[in-house]
Design a protein around this ligand. Sequence first.
Ligand SMILES: [Zn+2]
Length: 215
Amino acid sequence: MDQSKTGRFIAQCRKEAGLTQFQLGERLGVTDRAVSKWERGLSLPDASIMEELCEVLGITVNELFTGERLELMENYNKKAEENLLEMKKKEEETYRQMLRMENVIGALSGAVFVFGCISLVRAGRLDFGVHYPGHGTQPPTPEFLLALAVAPTGLYFAGELERKAGYYKCKHCGHEYVITTGTFFRAPHLGRTRYLKCPSCGKKSWMKKTPVKED
Ligand SMILES: [Zn+2]
């Protein structure tokens, strides 16, 4: 600690409290000369009266030793921590929304595809234009062509949503990252757990999704 800084701080707090050196000394059972010595950084208050001194001055022992008020810094840190938590909460909410959206788009794409296939069956055109006895050569149904166009697009967007939602975390080095579209379609997966090669340490492992960065 910086004794003269503490001294100046005591003087500043004493004046703010509207006390003379004599009045402060009286409250603590010491002389005004003792107070004057503290304030000039020549000596420190005894440990036995330190707590009382802090109480009179309205500061913490930590602040007395540091020689300045710390609440501003403490408030700032608290605020920063709160903001970070708030950000993580928002990120997690976005993650869940993206996965919900993925499920909806995925289900719709699947439904459109099934709908297209059913229309093929109903029209008896499962031959895709190949001649089978009793059918002749006919193009697939418009519903099936629509499904062929819509379903892969839907699946692509569903995949993009899942790819960008949250992070894969490497078990070996803790690196958290988002994978590329190519990797997303190539990497083996069980549900949302994928077998990936970590871009940071190069080791392969099954990586789970986490909604927010943890570090
Ligand atoms: Zn790694």
